[in-house]
Design a protein around this ligand. Structure first.
Ligand code: CS2
Length: 489
């Protein structure tokens, strides 16, 4: 079958092909992290902006580790199919917003050279929480993080995210150009200020003048991103092929729902992302809190409890009636810590979440979401749990979610099968659980003692500890399905 390329576009039906001529639009954005999420989210919004208002805002998209998607996109003139999968059917759309793809692992100098192109006015990032190497407690970088340590030792040959940004900005300044705005699109709390602090922390260690320039000149808007996008599979390519009648090695599938709330702070302009439904606000933090605590918090609960109860996909976990009760309880509890939000009905948001999780067309693996728990739990579970502790709200939902993660951290399922935790602190976790064995209070003691992880207030709360230990004991002794049934009863 024919491959999706620019030449093929005129043959595609209206509504499927981009509603503009992609080649007529130049690039204005450098994006780091070319995963499925970027293609389903920022590329989708940029496509909508280009279709409505034009502008030279196409994307030079960089994959930091893999080369596969880069090669696929290059063979397709940057084009790919976005398959939206709802309960009532599929819809395909070819996205034309990606102008070119680059592989940092192959040539990071090529990526750095992009910073010297004046037309690049925005840098966006979706690189996952662990890639940055933040020390969140001190709002700085973690000098021991692998990529940070390597890049501090050779700042002009960076391989990590922060190192690339700092060296890119150094070159930008040396070329006497105004800097791009840097927009973090990862699921981190206050992601704009956090990225700014990390970049400044790194820059201060290598070049104090540069750090000063960054502090004065570079905008780091915050943003809340949302679209449930499972990892692509062979099925994705087959679906895309059936829908557009061409081969596409870079297709992605996602849900119909999408949301982007962005802090309005782009000194050199921006695409009209509102054409795709993006909302611009002065303060993103409350929206971030809502999404991280209600959606992502519930997702992590589903991931750990669901995985251990034998549910491979989120949709299966939602058809487990007792687990669905706990998910609903969790979202309600988290909503109670969010506060009032202008223009948002939290109860409707909760109902939407339950429907989105249950979407039968989305095969989102619990094991995928379970990844990187030590990077995710603090903002998703510990933060609302700490607020609940302060306000005297019910701690049970958080205790259950944390217990499920601890049970998962043992690395062994009910059948005695071992699995990889896929966590950046996997070795430390393994050592911690090894000594504790199957003893709930020993496990709680070991895992709450990990450095820079568990909030002291929760660890030292007898009420939280008791709630946690009793639940974990049931999970360890009786298995997750029974623990879920008892908790929901
Ligand atoms: C998920 C998120 O993998 C995970 O940790 O919770 O990727 C989630 O699907 C997105 O944040 C939805 O916007």
């Amino acid at each position: 079958m024919t491959r999706l390329t620019a030449k093929l576009l005129p043959q595609l039906p209206e509504g499927v092909r981009p509603a503009y001529d992609p080649a007529a639009q130049a690039a204005g954005i450098l994006h780091l992290g070319l995963g499925a999420f970027h293609r389903a989210h920022q590329a989708f919004y940029t496509d909508a902006a280009l279709a409505r208002d034009g502008g030279d805002w196409r994307i030079l998209a960089v994959s930091l580790r893999s080369t596969e998607t880069v090669d696929a996109l290059r063979a397709q003139d940057g084009l790919f199919t976005l398959v939206e999968r709802g309960p009532h059917g599929d819809r395909a759309q070819v996205i034309g917003a990606v102008a070119d793809a680059l592989a940092a692992a192959r040539d990071s100098q090529e990526v750095l050279a992009v910073f010297e192109r004046p037309e690049i006015r925005i840098v966006t990032l979706t690189v996952t929480e662990k890639a940055y190497g933040f020390d969140r407690a001190s709002m700085d970088i973690e000098p021991g993080h692998e990529a940070i340590a390597a890049d501090l030792a050779a700042p002009q040959q960076p391989r990590g995210v922060i190192g690339l940004l700092v060296e890119g900005l150094r070159r930008r300044r040396a070329a006497d150009l105004r800097p791009p705005a840097i927009l973090c699109c990862d699921n981190l709390p206050e992601n704009g200020p956090l990225l700014r602090a990390g970049v400044l922390g790194f820059a201060r260690r290598v070049d104090v003048d540069l750090a000063e320039w960054i502090a004065q000149e570079v905008a780091f808007p915050a943003s809340m991103v949302d679209r449930i996008t499972p990892a692509t599979t062979d099925e994705t390519a087959k679906r895309a092929q059936a829908l557009i009648g061409a081969d596409d090695a870079a297709a992605v599938e996602t849900e119909p729902f999408t949301q982007w709330v962005i802090e309005e702070n782009f000194p050199q302009g921006r695409p009209s992302w509102e054409a795709g439904g993006a909302v611009f606000v002065a303060d993103v933090a409350p929206f971030e809190r809502m999404k991280l605590r209600m959606l992502n918090g519930a997702h992590s609960l589903i991931a750990y409890a669901g995985f251990l109860a034998g549910h491979a996909y989120v949709r299966d976990a939602m058809s487990d009636a007792s687990l669905a009760v706990l998910v609903d309880r969790h979202i309600r509890a988290a909503a109670g810590t969010v506060g009032r939000l202008e223009g948002i009905d939290l109860d409707a948001y909760r109902a939407d979440l339950l429907a989105r999780f249950a979407n039968p067309a989305i095969a989102h693996q619990t094991y995928q979401i379970a990844m990187d728990g030590t990077e995710k739990l603090p903002q998703r579970i510990f933060a609302p749990a700490t607020d609940a502790l302060t306000s005297g709200a019910d701690l049970a939902p958080y205790a259950f979610a944390v217990a499920a993660w601890m049970c998962y951290a043992t690395g062994r399922d009910a059948k005695g099968k071992n699995y990889d935790l896929r966590d950046p602190r996997e070795d430390e976790l393994r050592r911690a659980v090894l000594h504790a064995g199957n003893d709930a209070s020993a496990l709680v003691a070991a895992l709450t003692a990990l450095p820079s992880f568990f909030p002291v207030s929760l660890r030292d709360s007898p009420a939280f500890r008791h709630a946690l230990e009793t639940r974990l004991a049931v999970m360890l002794d009786r298995g997750m399905p029974e623990a879920i049934r008892r908790e929901a009863a």
